[in-house]
Every structure is written in C-alpha cells, then in structure tokens.
Design a protein around this ligand. Structure first.
Ligand code: SF4
Length: 911
C-alpha cells in the first residue's frame, strides 16, 4: 500500500522534503517513460513504490525504478568542491570557473568554450545553462548527451511538423490495434510501457518488431522482421510504395494537410519497390514482409514506435522521415491509437529539447533565425546572443581535441565512457587547458580529467521538473536535505554566471522561479497562427506560485487554461508556415562504413535490462548487477564456431578504433554477421570491457547522431593462460603494470573482481602480492602447484576480509556462496573448512544468473520449478515469485518455458 502524501492527502500531490511515514511523489530518473514514484524517506534510505495515480505508469515500476531506494546512500558521492584535487570552498571554485571562462572568451572569443550537458539535468538546470551559453556568453556551444539517443528524431520531427513535436501519448498505446517497434527493444529499455502493451495484446493488439536482433520484444511478437543492419529506410519506403499500390493512402488527408507527397512518390519510383526486391535487400523472408505490409494496410489504428535502433545511425534522420512519411500518407496521426512515436532514452531528454539543451536550437523550439534571436534576446535582456547553432556532441569534443575549445564544462554526464571513439575523447579532455565537471559522484571516468570538480545534487535531493516521452511534465521532488556542500545544477550555473558579471539575468533563489521564467519564455510572443505560433507553450504556468509549483500535477504540454494536451495535430494543423505537414523524400543507403574481409561483422551496441548508462547509479544496487553481471559480446554460433570463440570464454572484439575483451555469449537471437555489446561498463568496472572506444565516429550529417548500431568489427579468442577472482569488502582495481582483463561485479556485502591474464606464474605472483597486501593476518591458504593455483582467505576476527582464487589449469568454484559469507559476522569452523577446500559443505551449486531482479530469483530455481511441473508464467511466479513484481523478466521466463518444452524429454523407462 502506498503511504499517504506528506501533505495529508486529499489536496494536490505532495511536495516538499523531509522524513516521516508519508510518501513524496516524484519521478523516476532512469528512462523516458517518466514513471511516477511514491517514495517514503527514512534517514538516507527510501522505500519506493510506483505512484498509482501517475498517468505514465499507474503504479508500475520496472526493476531499475523499484531498486531506487538502494541507490540513495552517500557511498561514492562528491560532496565538496575540489580544485586540482584539493578541497575548496564554493566561493573559490565558482570564482575560478567564472574567471577562466571569462578570460578564455576575452582572449579567444565565445566559441572557445563549451558546455556538454545531460538528459539527467532537470528542466530548470537546462534552462539556466542554455541561457548562460546562448544569451550571455554568446555561443551556441551547449549540447546534451541526448544528442546520442534521439537527435535524429528531433530533426525528422522538425522537417515534417515544423518543430520537434511528439504527436502521440501513452493512451495511444492502449488504443492501437497494431504496434510496430522499429529498432526499439521496449521490453528492456522501456519496461513499464511494454507491460502496458502486453496488457493491450490480451485484447488483441498485434505487435511487429523490426530489429536485426531477436530481442525480448521480438520474441513474443506476432511478427519479427530481422532485417539486415541499416536497411530500415528500404523497408519503410517499400511499405509506403505498397500502401500506394493497394490504394491504402488517405488521399483526402494528404490533400488537406500534407505537402510533398508527389516528391516522395517520385523518389520511391527510383528503386524497385516490389516486395521481392525489398525483402531481398532487407534480408527478410518475403512472406513475412508481405504479412507486415498487409497488416499495416488493414489496421488504421497503428502506432509506430521508434527509438535508438532507428536514431543511432548515420542515416537516422532518413529512417525517422521514412516512418513519418508512412503515417502522414495514411493520415495516421493526431487520432486515438494512431501516430508515429519517438520514445526517448533519458528521463529528461525532452526537457533539454524544449529549453535549448541542444546546440542546434535556441530555446523554446525557436531556431537561430533573426526574428527568434531578437525575440529571445528581448526576453532575456541578453547582452550577446549566439549567432547560430553551436557544435554538436562529437564535433564539440573534436574541437576540444584540436584546441578550438579551450574551456569545457561537463554537467552530469560521462563522455569519457559514453561517446563514440571514447579513447580519443579522453585524450581530448586530457589536453584541454581547463575542464570543469559537475557531478553527484566522486569517481567517474570523466572526473579524472577535471581541473575543477563541483558537487551536484543526486536524485532524491533535486527539486524541479522533467518531461517524459509523451510531453508530460512531472515534478521531481526532494526526499533528502542536500548532503555535504552539494548544490542544484541550476544554482551552480547561476553562481558562475554572476561571477562572470551576468548577475541580472541569474538572480533566481528557487527552482520555481526558474520554471516560471521558462514558462513565460515559452509563451512569449507566441501567436495563435503561423508563422509566430509555437505549439510548445506553458503559458498558463507563467505565474505559478511557489505553493502551486510544489504541488504541480503531471501535465502534458502544450498547457492550456483547461490543463494539458494529450494528442497533437488532431485538427490537421502543423507548425509549418502553411500549416501543412511536410513529407520528405529519402533514399535507402548502406551503412557509413561497410564490413569487409578484415572486419566482417557489424558491431551493434546498446543497453541491458537492469542497467542504466555507465553504472554510476545502477552499479550501487547489487540486485541490478546480477542479470548481466559483466560485459559481453553476443554472437551467432555460426559466426563463433569457425573463429574458435566459445560460450563463456573471454573474447577480443576489435574495430579500427580499438579493442575490448569480454565474455562471449553464443546465441541464435543474434543475426549471423552481426554482434552486440552492451555499452554500460566503464573503467571503474571493466577497463577492457568498454564498448564505446570501439565505435566509429560516423554520424548523421544533419542530426550529428553517432552510428552506435553499426561499426565493422572482428572477434577472436583471448586465450588466457590463467583465471581467478578476488572478493573484498572494498572495490579494487588491477595493479599498475600488469596487462590483465578484470571486471568488478558489486555483490551485497562485498565486491567480486574477476581476473584473467596471459602471463606466467610471475604475473599471478605479482597480482597476489598486490591483493593480499595489508590483509587481515588470520590467513587460510592452499596451494595447488600442479594446476598453477592458489586459494586464500583472510579472516578478521569472525568476519571474512578477503578471498583470492587463482588457477592456470584448474576449475574455479561458483562465487555466490563466498560472496554470501561476507554478510556473516560469525564465521565458524565449518565455514573455514569450506574456504580451505574451496567449496561449500554439500558441494558447490551453480545457481546461474539472476532472472528476476526484483525478487532475486535465479535461473536454476526457475528451471527447478519448470521441471517440477510449472508450465506457465503464472505457475512459475507462484512457485518462485519470479516475474510477480515489475514483470521485466517475464519475456525471459517465457523463453525458459519454451526451451524446456522443446527439450527432448527424459526416457523414464529405458529397456
Ligand atoms: Fe524508471 Fe523503469 Fe519507469 Fe523507466 S520504465 S521510468 S526506468 S521505472
């Protein structure tokens, strides 16, 4: 049961902070679904539940949202400003940042500085940073890491609708009869939306998945088109041509509301659009393609979801335009259950798009045309407006690398891990004369390059607003007082702005004041008709009081006197000069870099179910680290076999950019010729397992979005000569000077470090020496010279201090029972004996990976339940509790059930 809101309930939804047995209503900080969260703080912890009244999730949370309460501690936090590694006061730090930025601008001009910001920022933070850069410094050089996930959709929206407008709402997902997932593994990346879609399927909704991988979303779909990489435009163009042939175009809608149809039709005519030719080029069975075309033509209520799989491409804009073209031609937009729907990755990617967090837009969906520049300048009273768009993310770091940018401020993001060609990004930051990083964590890969570190607030401490994928603004509220000297990002920006002499424009004292100003800007000179009409309008909130802001209900923009707006374009009017939507001719092209004999595989990178970004947050919740504990490469068995790559073995993945060493996962869910690596692991968790140093810098010419989904690559076995693991209460890293592969996997009461190397006994000895230095004196040690092995345990009184297992040719035991021992303060004689012989009393049990993170249920328990007769999701849930909370693991349980059903049955009555 959800506790009552802190204001006693009955009135508006709760605001404010403070402890007590009442809930504070806030928003999840992980993904663009934007789930409402009901959190009850207690000390520095919080009990977290879904907000049953929030329209985005109706009380549901996924495994990440459910584990938020485990991430609110102060472990690893940056709590005080630092200058060159020494603690400093805020006065010193902001004065230094202001002075260095001012001096750099004075000497080299406004474009010699840059801000790289984040979809983690609240809208108020974004607004403040953008105002400083574009209105007062006078450069467009502020870009957000949202550039990496949805910049292509932004451009496609602007081309088609005249502005970056998401037409649909989540209710459309309930109402649709057909949902097409284009490069969108919703089951993992937007789990709560996927639950909603699963519910709609029960009443007959059909699902088609367009994705080279057989993802969890594809697994249960009615149809999966496992298309060849980067053939999406060919597929969607082929669909439009088929709809034209069938007479399924809505000619009346096109005549009244759409321009460019004839040009698109002419473009289609340049290629053979017969289903056979399209199927051949896309590498999908003709019958499946025809089934999709037929289903689409026959189903007016269709929603086409598109996400990173479409956007993260050198032809990301073309993919988006091809999808929008189909919806415009069929009039499937602005109607209940019918729209193209770009789903964002980050919790407040939309807030950044709205306020000008992207280098390519000014603010409030206004561009850099003279009229808009003059309007925003008037509104801000700005001394020096940016003349034009600034540098997009990848270009910005290139400018850092070649010295054009001499002062860089990174806010709430980790580009040293997340940008493509990440090794060069590190080199660029290392060479930059002045780097400022504001972050809530003390140790990220990016912070290593900071001359000045500024402590920012984390989730649970921040106070402001975020906008989700359906344009819904939700308050993110404070649960805890700011720890140490951490400050809100908008306030840090304002303090620096004042230090630079821009005090008049940055005098806010509370986030509500920032929000009010932002709402006023959205409505400023916003006419009712083209060309001055801007759909993005928060006008009725322009005078919002502190109390009303505190109690603000979730609301979708454009905000009207009567409330929010669920669906755009219901009247067929778009934000173009003539009010018509614009169809855009797009031609199918190959990937920016084709595979070849040297690099024959297409590397695709993406997310896993239970992790978020670079592990800075989800890495704190051990339960979230058990489903995909370490970095891996997924590869089809037909590709792996001839290369000698084996399941579970360390494998090198190489591109022209760099190399990673990760565990191989053989799976026929991977398309032959393609491999997949998750993006999350950083230097702090797996230095050799980072995916983004491998990714080429190819990017879409218009959106600047990198092609994370296609880099030519090759794989081969790592061929380690020894392996081992080390458990300790604290996180360690490999000693310097040793060329090892290591991964850190957080456990409940300790940290598990997996090691492997290609050296001899001397290498193992050097590692051992470093790891046991300073260990508790009570040591249990067993050596196995024949296997080149050693196992050691160090006990501090009755508590385990460290455990080390190394072997060249022997076997290593499962780690779980050892990790659990770290939770005990009373190690007994039996435990000591088990440590010495290297297995628990009764023998080591392989429990397999965690399938259900919410209930910590492992694959082995589910397998036992299935073997014991559980033949359905519900039966497995009843027997094990797996899949009974957030449901993110239900596709995986379904797969285990199907695998068990397909397995040959044991012969019980042998002759
Ligand atoms: Fe958070 Fe999960 Fe909801 Fe996304 S789907 S907002 S990660 S709870």
């Amino acid at each position: 049961m959800v506790p009552p809101p802190c204001n006693g309930g009955g009135g508006p939804r709760s605001g404010g902070g403070g402890a007590g047995a009442c809930a504070i209503l806030t928003a999840c900080p992980y993904c663009g679904v934007g789930c409402g969260v009901s959190a009850t703080p207690e000390g520095r912890a919080a009990t977290v539940q879904g907000d049953p009244d929030h329209p985005a999730n109706h009380g549901r949370l996924c495994s990440k949202g459910s584990a938020l309460g485990a991430t609110t501690g102060l472990q690893g936090r940056l709590l005080y400003p630092e200058i060159h590694g020494r603690r400093a006061t805020w006065t010193e730090a902001t004065a230094l940042v202001a002075r260095r930025f001012s001096e750099t601008i004075a000497r080299h001009g406004p474009d010699s500085v840059g801000f790289y910001v984040s979809g983690q920022l609240l809208t108020e933070d974004y607004y403040a940073a953008n105002k400083l850069m574009k209105g007062f410094i006078g450069s467009g050089n502020i870009d957000t890491n949202s550039r990496l996930c949805m910049a292509s959709a932004v451009v496609a929206h602007k081309l088609a609708f005249g502005a970056d407008l998401v037409p649909g709402c989540y209710e459309d997902l309930d109402l649709a009869d057909l949902v097409v997932f284009s490069g969108h593994n919703a089951a993992w990346t937007h789990p709560v939306l996927f639950r909603r879609l699963e519910a709609a399927r029960v009443r007959g909704q059909r699902h088609v998945v367009i994705d080279p991988r057989r993802t969890d979303t594809a697994e249960g779909a009615d149809l999966h088109l496992a298309l060849a990489p980067q053939t999406d435009v060919r597929l969607w163009n082929g669909l439009l041509a088929d709809l034209i042939r069938r007479g399924a175009v809505d000619r009346g809608y096109v005549a009244a509301h759409v321009a460019g149809f004839a040009e698109v039709e002419a473009e289609l005519a340049r290629a053979d659009q017969s289903p056979g030719a399209v199927a051949a080029d896309c590498g999908v069975p003709l019958a499946d393609l025809e089934a999709f075309f037929r289903l689409f033509a026959e189903t007016p209520r269709t929603v086409s979801l598109f996400s990173m799989g479409a956007n993260q491409s050198a032809q990301g804009v073309a993919k988006g335009s091809a999808i929008l073209n189909v919806h415009l031609a069929t009039g499937r937009i602005g109607k209940p259950g019918a729209c193209p729907f770009s789903i964002t990755g980050q919790p407040n990617a939309m807030g950044g798009r709205e306020t000008g967090g992207m280098a390519t837009t000014l603010a409030g969906h206004m561009d850099f045309d003279e009229a808009s520049r003059a309007r925003v300048q008037r509104f801000w009273g700005a001394p020096r407006m940016a003349a034009g768009p600034g540098l997009k993310a990848v270009d910005m770091f290139e400018a850092v690398a070649d010295g054009r940018i001499k002062a860089l401020w990174v806010m709430a993001t980790n580009p040293a891990v997340s940008l493509p060609d990440a090794t060069r990004v590190r080199e660029a930051m290392a060479a930059c004369p002045f780097v400022v990083v504001s972050d809530c964590m003390a140790e990220t890969d990016t912070l290593k390059f900071a001359h000045v570190k500024l402590p920012a607030l984390a989730w649970g401490e921040k106070d402001g607003t975020v906008t989700n994928s359906e344009r819904r603004i939700t308050r993110q509220r404070r649960l805890f007082a700011p720890p140490g000297e951490a400050r809100a990002d908008w306030r840090i920006v304002a303090d620096v702005a004042r230090g630079m002499g821009f005090g008049d424009g940055f005098g806010w004292r509370a986030p509500a004041q920032v929000f009010r100003e932002w709402a006023r800007l959205s409505a400023y000179e916003n006419g009712l008709e083209a060309p001055t009409r801007r759909v993005l309008n928060l006008g009725p909130l322009s005078g919002i009081t502190l109390d009303a802001y505190d109690a603000l209900e979730p609301v979708q923009w454009p905000v009207t006197a009567g409330g929010g707006t669920a669906r755009l374009f219901a009247d067929g009017r778009f934000q173009t000069p003539d009010g018509r939507a614009q169809m855009v001719p797009v031609a199918a092209r190959g990937p920016a870099q084709a595979t070849d004999a040297a690099f024959p595989l297409a590397l695709n990178t993406g997310r896993v179910r239970d992790h978020w970004h670079t592990l800075t947050r989800t890495g704190l919740a051990a339960d979230l680290c058990r489903h995909a504990p370490e970095p891996y490469v997924e590869i089809h068995p037909d590709d792996a076999g001839p290369l000698g790559v084996a399941e579970g073995r360390l494998t090198r993945v190489q591109t022209t950019q760099g190399e990673a060493v990760v565990v191989a996962k053989l799976s026929d869910r991977q398309r032959p010729g393609s491999i997949f690596m998750p993006l999350h692991w950083s230097e702090a968790y797996a230095p050799a397992g980072r995916a983004n140093p491998l990714v080429a810098k190819s990017r879409d010419a218009r959106s600047g979005q990198p092609e994370f989904k296609h880099t030519p690559a090759r794989v081969r076995p790592y061929r380690e000569t020894w392996r081992g693991f080390f458990l300790a209460r604290e996180a360690w890293s490999a000693p310097k000077g040793l060329d090892l592969v290591w991964r850190r996997i957080p456990q409940g009461a300790c940290q598990l470090h997996e090691f492997a190397g290609r050296g001899d006994q001397a290498e193992r000895d050097a590692l051992r020496k470093a790891l046991v230095r300073g260990a508790a004196p009570d040591a249990l040690r067993f050596e196995d010279p024949a296997a080149g092995g050693v196992r050691e345990a160090f006990v501090d009184g009755h508590r385990l201090d460290r455990v080390l297992f190394l072997t060249a040719t022997g076997r290593l035991p499962p780690r779980d029972w050892l990790a659990e021992m770290f939770g005990s303060d009373a190690l007994g004689a039996e435990d000591r004996a088990a440590l010495l012989i290297g297995r628990p009393a009764g023998g080591a049990v392989e429990t397999g990976p965690v399938v259900c993170a919410c209930r910590n249920v492992r694959a082995s328990l589910i397998a036992s339940a299935i073997a014991g007769g559980a033949a359905s999701l519900e039966a497995v849930g009843a027997a094990t509790t797996a899949g009974t909370v957030c449901g993110s693991c239900r596709p995986e349980i379904t797969r285990l059930l199907a695998a068990a059903a397909a397995a040959p049955k044991e012969v019980l009555h042998a002759a």
